[in-house]
Write a protein that binds this ligand. Structure first.
Ligand code: GRF
Length: 192
């Protein structure tokens, strides 16, 4: 199973996937790792591990749809079975979604459909929920919407900050992501 991973930030979840592959715990082929901006730690991690990398810089395109088309073409050039958004902070359009329909996976640091969007951890904390968590799902054209593949719960502690809570969520997110990829690699994607 060939995977292209998209990142925008530190790529600590990506690192967990790279480590699982290197340790023989996850049987997937990382075809490439790409970002929407230059200089991400995520792309650097992939380059350090010897994987192909690319950047389709959002700021190089005057029109969003042109960026989307360029990203779609670039990702498709690696012929992935799965495209994984691992902390990829850009919304992709229907052209991208249709090209990789049912094969675009996203991880989100909250129990969807609660707290979608860029601040899932902060919003859950601000609301005062006692349990939050993480979700791996097939992404559609909405913001953090689409069929849920796996979830894990994380307790919110009284003295949690956004950072401390996000770190505990990420521990579960990494486990869930690797388990989900292993399941898809062994049994394929669930029929929608
Ligand atoms: C993850 O919690 C992801 O779900 C969220 O951003 C975080 C990515 O962290 N959207 P990293 O880049 O893998 O360190």
């Amino acid at each position: 199973m060939r995977i292209v991973v998209l990142v925008s930030g530190t790529g600590s979840n990506l690192q967990a996937v790279l480590d699982a592959v290197a340790e023989g715990k996850l049987d997937v082929e990382i075809a490439a790792v790409g970002a929407d901006r230059p200089g991400t730690q995520g792309v650097q991690r992939a380059a350090d591990a010897g994987y192909p990398t690319f950047v389709v810089n959002f700021r190089d395109y005057a029109v969003r749809s042109e960026w989307n088309a360029a990203l779609t073409e670039k990702v498709a050039s690696y012929s992935p079975d799965i495209v994984l958004s691992s902390g990829f902070m850009r919304i992709v359009d229907e052209h991208f979604i249709n090209t990789f329909e049912g094969r675009y996976l996203n991880t989100h640091p909250a129990l969807l459909p609660s707290f979608p969007g860029a601040h899932g951890v902060r919003d859950a904390l601000a609301y005062g929920v006692k349990v939050t968590g993480c979700t791996v799902h097939i992404a559609d054209a909405g913001v953090d919407t689409g069929p849920i593949l796996a979830q894990a719960a994380v307790e919110v502690l009284d003295d949690d900050t956004e950072e401390s809570l996000h770190e505990r969520i990420k521990v579960q997110e990494r486990r869930l992501l690797i388990e989900t990829l292993a399941r898809i690699s062994a049994r394929g994607l669930p029929a929608l």
